[in-house]
Design a protein around this ligand. Structure first.
Ligand code: FES
Length: 104
């Protein structure tokens, strides 16, 4: 059963990229620091072998660094070609600056 697990401190998320790659239950997950919340999705782009933590975060979307596919971070939905598959999302909870994840 998936349970809440601590994966990082809020301050670990890069202020430059707004992203951080972490591991939850053996899976690579990307954390995104948005102005009003922290979100989390699978880190590996479903289109190829790219880490979304190396992508470009803007206005609640992440652009894949390999072929520039774009996803809405809050919904996991692809926004433009070549990506067509939703990202797996994770529930996020922050307590005392510790980020906890739970699979949705
Ligand atoms: Fe991400 Fe191709 S690997 S868009």
């Amino acid at each position: 059963m998936d349970t809440w697990k601590p994966v990082a401190q809020v301050g670990d998320i890069s202020p430059d990229t707004g992203t951080l790659r972490v591991v939850y239950e053996g899976e690579a997950v990307c954390l995104y620091k948005l102005p009003d919340e922290i979100c989390a999705t699978q880190d590996r782009c479903p289109h190829g072998n790219a880490s979304l933590a190396d992508g470009y975060l803007e206005d609640g979307t992440i652009e894949c660094p390999l072929h520039q596919g774009v996803f809405d971070i809050r919904t996991g939905k692809p926004q433009c070609p070549p990506v067509t598959t939703d990202l797996r999302r994770y529930e996020v909870r922050v307590e005392a600056d510790t980020v906890y994840l739970k699979a949705q």
